[in-house]
Design a protein around this ligand. Structure first.
Ligand code: ADP
Ligand code: MG
Length: 484
């Protein structure tokens, strides 16, 4: 299989060869021949499978005819985060070297002026995060009625970040006759519905079952108490027990990213942190340092790390069990890429067993424990069952742009027991970013005094907690009790 029989133009073919791509990945092999004909594509494939080139290459081929007019871009690519948008822009630069196309990158954290100028000159390709795109659109700086191709990339991430209403708004102002290329790592029902609404008889291309972790990843679980200090110690144990080339440590909450990062630094680990509050420059600098190996350990939240192309991570450590089982697959998918052996280890507290069960159910296998599985009495079912309720708030509870109510309001009624996951890099915060210069991670500070921080967190939790169990009575409490 080569790139020469996929229907790409000769110019694009030579660009692919120049870029060093020899064989198309499965998603590329299947999506490109359809996309070059102008048909809609619904592409489902895991992170790291080459989805970017699956749309960039056919787009380049199709863009060879015609040219852009001022403020009327011809193609639009929507990405959930700035980093992903910037990565796609890089792909255009690499693969479209000889095309002389104008690419406008519309992302937050960057001044409007420069972006306006690009649009005024006429952009062939606009790569944007939904919020920033709508800002430009509402300011009358770009017209969307000559869009020939729309790409919605990382659609499941768009959903996680509350961007679906934005995407719906954008789709509605685009020409009906456009081509739509839609890519996602997973297909939750909301995404299927979006695809049903905005794609016209698409070719559905599903490359590997979305919820299977690469088999080249050695996965392990390690039990720990849920005391933050114990968890951090267990994490250090994991890092020391493994021969690490480089590692990503995932936390569920932004706050913990900072705490874990500073704690590791205090213990002499060379680590960096990546979270949604950092400005673009800091994020890029941290990522570059991680890519180059200057910083071998990166502490990150799902949001900050989403879809980033970081090659050859030897280890993934889950400081927290992710709330959504799909996130587990995304997280560990950072290692064991391209057939290399990867390692993933996760800390599991007594409160995590329900979430762990969901992961096992999704994987259809049980991950082995480093030092024996915890006994039944070590599990904390009451907390575990309320944890499940936390799930709905992330999807439904986020404030949505345009004041639209989230659809799944039943889920938002769940008891507010856990601290909500990190607020996403939302449209608004993007627009505000230049003003709100984010705090850099404090190097060499006293490390955030974990004890004090943890106290304030539980304080916040208490505030959000309903009295008793709220309306929710876990099923196990309804079981008859045997007196001893
Ligand atoms: P996804 O969007 O599916 O997560 P990307 O498009 O970011 O994945 O691709 C992941 C990595 O694989 C990138 O570094 C990209 O340059 C590389 N890549 C993509 N296609 C090929 C190919 N056909 N041959 C070799 N490398 C490729
Ligand atoms: Mg991608």
């Amino acid at each position: 299989m080569s790139f020469s029989n996929l229907g790409l133009s000769p110019k694009v073919e030579s660009a692919v060869i120049a870029a060093g791509f020899e064989t198309p990945t499965p998603i590329q092999a299947q999506a490109i021949p359809v996309a070059v004909t102008g048909r809609d594509v619904l592409g489902i494939a895991q992170t790291g499978t080459g989805k970017t080139a699956s749309f960039v290459l056919p787009m380049l081929t199709r863009l060879e005819r015609g040219r852009a007019r001022a403020r009327m871009p011809r193609t639009l690519i929507l990405e959930p985060t700035r980093e992903l948008a910037a990565q796609v822009a890089d792909a255009f630069e690499l693969l479209g070297k000889s095309h002389r196309l104008t690419v406008a990158l519309l992302i937050g954290g960057v001044s409007y002026d420069e972006q306006d100028k690009k649009l005024d000159r006429g952009a062939d390709v606009v790569i944007a995060t939904p919020g920033r795109l709508l800002d430009h659109f509402e300011r009358g700086k770009l017209l969307l009625n000559s869009i020939e191709i729309l790409v919605v990339d990382e659609a499941d991430r768009m959903l996680d970040m509350g961007f679906i209403p934005d995407i719906e708004r954008i789709c509605k102002v685009l020409p009906f006759t456009r081509q739509t290329l839609f890519f996602s790592a997973t297909m939750p029902p909301e995404i299927q519905r979006l695809a049903d609404n905005f794609l016209h008889t698409p070719e559905r291309i599903e490359v590997s079952p979305p919820a299977t972790a690469a088999t080249t990843i050695v996965q392990r679980l390690k039990k720990t108490s849920d005391l933050p200090a114990d968890k951090r110690e267990a994490l250090r144990g994991l890092i020391r027990d493994h021969e690490i080339k480089n590692a990503i440590i995932f936390c569920n909450r932004k706050k913990d990213v900072g705490i874990v990062f500073r704690s590791l630094q205090r213990h002499g680990f060379n680590a960096g942190a990546l979270h949604g509050d950092m400005d673009q420059r800091q994020r890029t600098a941290t990522l570059d340092a991680f890519r180059s190996g200057e910083i071998p350990i990166l502490v990150a939240s799902d949001v900050a790390a989403r879809g980033l192309d970081i090659p050859e991570v030897s280890h993934v450590f889950n400081y927290d069990v992710p709330v959504h089982p799909e996130d587990y697959v995304h997280r560990i998918g950072r290692t064991g890429r391209a057939g290399r052996e990867g390692h993933a280890a996760m800390l599991v507290t007594p409160k995590d067993h329900k979430a762990l069960k969901a992961i096992h159910a999704m994987l259809r296998t049980e991950i082995p424990w480093v030092d024996g599985a915890p006994k039944a009495e070590e599990l904390d079912e009451s907390v575990a069952s309320s944890r499940e309720n936390g799930r709905g708030r992330r999807r439904g509870g986020r404030s949505q742009r345009g004041g639209r109510k989230p659809e799944n309001t039943t889920e938002t009624a769940a008891p507010k027991r856990h601290e909500p996951p990190e607020p996403e890099i939302k449209a608004k915060s993007e627009a505000d970013a230049p003003k709100r210069a984010a705090k850099p991670p404090r190097k060499g500070s006293d490390g955030g005094k974990p004890a004090a921080k943890d106290k304030s967190r539980s304080g916040q939790q208490r505030e959000n907690q309903p009295v008793g169990m709220g309306d929710h009575v876990p099923a196990f409490m309804m079981r008859p009790v045997r007196a001893s």
